[in-house]
Design a binder for this molecule. Structure first.
Ligand SMILES: [Zn+2]
Length: 174
């Protein structure tokens, strides 16, 4: 586990590098954005927790690295995310709620993940993601995505609508 941040940073980005990574194979990489509700508490409002678990299993088996970026709530932070959840309970979808609070639908940036991968010497990766934007941003920042590996998760009742918006509006491969 390697921490990346400014000196004294209380919330550094994290890289978990699998010791089964061997030099020959193209490493399997997941760039995961922090989601306390899903990752820690197993919320089914989103699919983050399941994506994290699946990625860790696969990376552990095949070798590679999980980068944990501290950009909670697609970059708007935990408190704003909880406010957005309240708006969603009143009928807005995930994008409308963010916009009603004055935020972008997705305020995340993946540039720093490319920097971390460069530091780790992983210039060519197999990327575990359903998000086309992530592939694009890594490639724009000098990381070659040799292959995209899908993260396949069956929807549950609580996240069906959320996943449908991700697919239809944000173009995720689901
Ligand atoms: Zn989440």
């Amino acid at each position: 586990m390697i921490a990346f941040g400014e000196e004294g940073d209380l919330h550094p980005h994290i890289a978990l590098v699998s010791s089964s990574a061997d030099g020959a194979a193209v490493p399997l990489v997941r760039v995961h954005s922090e989601c306390m509700t899903g990752d820690v508490f197993g919320s089914t409002r989103c699919d983050c927790g399941q994506q994290l678990d699946l990625s860790l299993d696969q990376i552990g088996a095949e070798g590679g690295c999980l980068i944990y970026l501290r950009q909670e709530g697609r970059g708007i932070g935990l408190v704003e995310k909880l406010k957005a959840y309240n708006l969603q309970d009143e009928g807005m979808d995930t994008i409308e709620a963010n916009e009603a609070l004055g935020h972008q639908a997705d305020a995340r940036s993946f540039d720093v993940a490319a920097e971390i991968l460069r530091t780790l010497g992983m210039l060519e990766v197999r990327l575990l993601t359903n998000n086309p934007q992530k592939v694009k941003e890594l490639e724009e920042n000098g990381i070659r995505v040799e292959k995209r590996e899908p993260v396949v998760i069956a929807p549950v009742k609580e996240n069906e609508a959320y996943l449908a918006v991700k697919k239809a509006v944000m173009g995720h491969w689901l």
